[in-house]
Design a protein around this ligand. Sequence first.
Ligand code: NDP
Length: 243
Amino acid sequence: MDNGKVVLITGASSGIGYQTAEMLLQQGYRVYGAARRVEKMEPLKGKGLQSLKLDITEEASIVNLVDTIIHDAGKIDILINNAGYGSYGVIENVSLQEARNQFEVNLFGLARLVQLVLPYMRKQKNGKIINISSMAGRVTTYMGAWYHATKYALEAFSDALRMETKPFGIDVVIIEPGGIKTNWGIIAAEHLKESSQKTAYEIRANEAAKKMKKSYTSNRLSDPKLIAETIVKAVHSKRPKTR
Ligand code: NDP
């Protein structure tokens, strides 16, 4: 049962994105999932997912993604910008190249996708953009400077975008998850450890990475299904009339 709404979700190959795509498929949305590891989305293909390859750091890949969906479905009603990663490490040690790459994924790639999708949403005078930020977009933690910088920037970007798109009937929603048990923490911990090896911060960084890994492999963190439910609620939500 197709409810007629077309959703594009980035980072659907893993964690929060994967669970959200699955829930939306169950509810009859026509879901396009995008990520570099298309093979990871294979199990959702049987449930109706259209999986597409995307490297959000590459212009051609982003353009190709939007062109393919528009050619296939003619519109994108809901864009869920979920792809992202955390590269933890102390400011003194993290290369600017790594810092820039994090901004490419968490902000600039996302922004480019928004630029390409907006004309179609404006044309139909309707649409929703859901940006997955983080609590890390509100508060900072130890050795996470660049990740926090990307998410703080995403918060500002999203708030400004909402003001611009409101007259066109397009809403912008920010979701700020806390710690969710996905691969995110494992990747962040690995970056933290690697970037501080043989530096003055090595011992502290190793300790912090160990703690992070332990926490992301324990059952103390929330299941990604929980935040997927929140994202699905945002997909359903209507803009309050008072705003
Ligand atoms: P995962 O590592 O499980 O998933 C990250 C997703 O991002 C993957 O599907 C990955 O796909 C995709 N991605 C990363 N780089 C690229 C790229 N260059 N091009 C396209 N896709 C890319 O982590 P989560 O599910 O936890 O993360 C989802 C979002 O939630 C992120 O924005 C993260 O910052 C945010 N978040 C996570 C929290 C947590 O505790 N887990 C807390 C708060 C926010 P692939 O590698 O196949 O390309």
